[in-house]
Ligand binder design. Sequence first.
Ligand code: NAP
Length: 340
Amino acid sequence: MKVVEIERPGGPEVLRIVERQRPRPGPGEVLIRVVAAGVNRPDVQQRRGLYPPPPGASDIPGLDAAGFVEEVGAGVKTLRVGAPVCALVNGGGYAQYCLAPAVQCMPIPRGLNFIEGASLPEVFFTAWNNLIWLAHLADGETLLIQGGASGVGMAGIQIARHLRQATVFATAGSPEKRDVCLSVGAKVAVDYRGAWDDEIRKHTGGAGVDVILDGQAGPKTQRQLDLLKMDGRLVFIASHEGETAEVNVRSLVRRRLTIAGSTLRPRTADYKGRLARELVAQVWPLIEDGRIKTHIHQAVQFHQVEDAHAILDENRQIGKVVLVLDPAIATTVPGPMQPF
Ligand SMILES: NC(=O)c1ccc[n+]([C@@H]2O[C@H](COP(=O)([O-])OP(=O)(O)OC[C@H]3O[C@@H](n4cnc5c(N)ncnc54)[C@H](OP(=O)(O)O)[C@@H]3O)[C@@H](O)[C@H]2O)c1
């Protein structure tokens, strides 16, 4: 099978398409014939040598995929050969065939094609894991998502709006990106280079917000904490702009604030399987009735994988970049046959 290998840490030019042996599914796993695969920020970090795969995971980049079940491993009762699925995978998505734990496979929401199906898992798992499980976003709370036009950001805005009736604020780096945040449900979107905290404070009548989700971190942490209400939660999902911060612990203690962080990839299949079941039960119906949308920035052919990474390197994407492995059927909506 053809796969993308990272030859050495570096720019998009280190991505090479090579031949490898097709893997066989172990107990509890399936082999997916990949039609389309998501391109996510962690893949870029892995390519740069900053995010090595956890022990036992594939060294091939790619954290989500959509396609057909090609082979099932021992003990798999929920999926059959030929079923169309989208899946969160533990690496290996940039390949013609990819292994996935069966519990991390989900039906492609009705009406979506394979490209759209591949765009969902990594960003919706991450948004749900951090907003719902970690930050405990409650009904009617206020939320700030920094990087609102990212794949995770757009998923988070929509989950918060539709499943928690939250009032959502977002930051994004260009007028076009801010418009997209508004179009998926943010009440206000501001430029993070200016007085973003003052602007949001003004829009909340001085109250601030209950939860902040951020993937950049860096020097603005104290401003984020100052913007939180009593019992507020600040959740980091990456630290692209700086790994350390100085914070006022006294204000943290007095206002009962929580700073948390998490990484999805090294979590167990059991944990990811529980996330998958919640997403299918609670988010997939809203995707199927059109209330929650996936925003495809660009579908890029497999042999142009360097271009796909260049888009992310330059932060040009709004929403998702997806790699197309099988262009003949990538835009096809799978039939009613569903795996569960
Ligand atoms: N912890 C986890 O489990 C987990 C899993 C997946 C993703 N993540 C993180 O979640 C965030 C969103 O992921 P994604 O794949 O949806 O991202 P993405 O689509 O690549 O978007 C990230 C956005 O962040 C903004 N940004 C600002 N400064 C940046 C910088 N120094 N480096 C990179 N981006 C910068 C950019 O938008 P502007 O133009 O508006 O600046 C960029 O479009 C990323 O930080 C990613 O690392 C975490």
